[in-house]
Write a protein that binds this ligand. Sequence first.
Ligand code: 3PG
Length: 207
Amino acid sequence: MSFTDWFKDIKPVMPVMVIEDINDAEPLAEALISGGVTCLEITLRTPVGLKAIEILAKKFPDAHVGVGTVSKIEEMQRAVDAGAKFAISPGITADLCEKAKSLRLPYAPGIMTPSDILLGKQFGMEFFKFYPADLAGGPKMLKALQGPFPDLKFCPTGGIHYDNAMEYLSLKNVVAVGGSWVCPVELVRNKDWQAIKTLAKKALPNI
Ligand code: 3PG
């Protein structure tokens, strides 16, 4: 399944989750899901990332649990074995694109330039993470990319927050926004699940 087909059913805000304590995985996911989020990107930035994917994929079979910060094909394979239903990378490499294709895994490589996009297109990629969105030119850059790449879709992340999410989501080549602002590390450390649920509710646009 392509990422864009897969993304049709997903609410357009994707929390980028950094889980430091495995005991936080479940209550954090619970808070986000009860706030209306349907898609969870669990990053491999901490040693418990894979374990968290395994736990959450089993516990929340209806949620879309995926893996973020994938930089090696072995990580992609392990995440899929743990139950990840999609994968996201901060950048793009040929071997990651090939691996995602061979696994038939919805995959969004990270891009910042037209050349990155051309590399992805060689592998049939049609959905990209635009990262780091604010530093890479923000909404203006995404608008500029509509000219040469009218059929491609993007999920900007990096510097997205409540105040600018709608500006990105109003662009016709943006199908979702992602970021840590829905589940800030400090709130997770404080186990403030109620605050995270409130942030998730506030983050989801009325569309
Ligand atoms: C990502 O991987 O998408 C970013 O680290 C998220 O960026 P943010 O923390 O600025 O939301």
